[in-house]
Design a protein around this ligand. Structure first.
Ligand SMILES: NC(=O)c1ccc[n+]([C@@H]2O[C@H](COP(=O)([O-])OP(=O)(O)OC[C@H]3O[C@@H](n4cnc5c(N)ncnc54)[C@H](O)[C@@H]3O)[C@@H](O)[C@H]2O)c1
Length: 339
């Protein structure tokens, strides 16, 4: 009888205790990868690793490390051998980035530099990088294709574009390095266990976590920025994607890198747009709560519509989102009301 020795690939998930990172942890473990988390818990609860252990029924390896420290990052990479990195760790609030641009560059660009340097020093040749639809700004065409001209409208979005360009330049110069750049649209939802979800320790700025706070009675009403856009109900339209679908996208991206299919840069969205009021109604259905809202002025830099072209992710990764807005709101509510 022939015995096949299957080498489990070891993946370092920076920011793995965060919202998208924790769901990706579960998806990667279920797909057969062995995963370690690096996080400084700046925006994650300390008990997330225990919750992950409960979900996958196996202990979690966690490096409590700040990516801004070159020394601490090197120590993590010296302590074991990784086959790839999925790099989530970043700061992600648009208003916070405007108030502290240097801090945002330090974490999102300096931290990325430290990770890439440690990868080079230890021979790690594959990275999946969290980018954002925010890099497109106010797009000239809809749906937004990956070759649309980037036009970041905030420090946060600019740090993501700098990160993309840095990695693209590195991988062009160093043929051994392969990079998957994933531009997320608007992730919502939670794992069906209800154990992990979007649980920001800072006041939320994303739509659904704010709606959730209204549903819980923590905020009296939702502020809707702009009711006079050229959309069906006048409010801004966005492409929301279930975090479980997004997590699966990372498995496909890593699989593609390990299969030697080369660098890729793709949108991860559903291609379907929902207005702010569509999301409010869906959340009311999911929670059974009334969500009062008031419409105020548009925010500068917010496009009327932002939806992903999804054909490239389908072609290069075989990615197709499966879950819809009702699943996203139901998942968020289940998690939030038990958190
Ligand atoms: N959630 C979104 O709407 C969205 C959209 C597009 C792109 N992204 C990107 O996806 C990634 C993950 O986002 P998320 O929503 O899960 O955010 P999150 O804040 O939940 O996760 C980020 C994680 O990084 C950790 N972290 C922050 N600074 C760190 C540091 N200096 N050292 C080590 N760890 C650090 C945080 O503690 C957190 O666990 C980010 O890179 C973000 O920019 C998010």
């Amino acid at each position: 009888m022939t015995q096949h020795l299957i080498q489990t690939r070891r993946i370092l998930l920076t920011g793995g205790a965060g919202f998208i990172g924790s769901h990706t942890y579960v998806a990667l473990v279920r797909a057969g990868y062995s995963v370690a988390i690096l996080d400084n818990f700046a925006n994650a609860r300390r008990d997330v690793p225990d919750r992950l252990a409960q979900i996958v029924n196996a202990p979690t390896t966690v490096y409590d490390c700040d990516i801004r420290s070159e020394k601490d990052v090197s120590q993590v990479f010296d302590s074991e051998r990784f086959d790839a990195v999925v790099h989530f760790a970043a700061l992600k609030s648009v208003p916070e980035g405007q108030a502290d641009p240097l801090g945002y560059y330090e974490t999102n660009c300096g931290g990325l530099f430290n990770i890439a340097s440690a990868m080079k020093a230890t021979g790690v040749e594959k990275m999946v990088f969290s980018s954002s639809a925010a890099i497109y700004g106010e797009p000239a065409e809809m749906p937004i294709r990956e070759d649309s001209r980037p036009s970041p409208q905030s420090v946060y979005a600019q740090t993501k574009l700098v990160g993309e360009e840095f990695l693209t330049s590195l991988s062009a110069a160093d043929q051994d390095l392969q990079v998957g750049i994933l531009r997320y649209f608007n992730p919502v939802g939670a794992h069906p266990s209800g154990l992990i979800g979007e649980d920001p320790s800072q006041p939320p700025t994303n739509l659904v976590p704010v709606i959730a706070r209204v549903a819980l009675g923590l905020i009296p009403s939702l502020t809707v920025y702009g009711g006079d856009y050229p959309t069906a109900d006048g409010t801004g339209v966005r492409d929301y994607i279930h975090v479980q679908d997004l997590a699966h996208g990372h498995v496909l991206s890593l699989d593609a890198l390990f299969a030697g299919r080369g660098n890729h840069c793709v949108n991860l969205g559903t291609g379907t747009g929902y207005s702010v009021l569509d999301v409010v109604k869906a959340y009311e259905r999911a929670s059974g709560q009334h969500i009062p809202y008031e419409i105020t002025n548009r925010r500068p830099g917010d496009p009327a519509v932002s939806c992903a072209a999804t054909d490239l992710a389908r072609k290069l990764l075989g990615f197709e989102a499966q879950l819809g807005l009702d699943d996203m709101c139901a998942g968020n509510w289940q998690f939030i009301k038990e958190a």
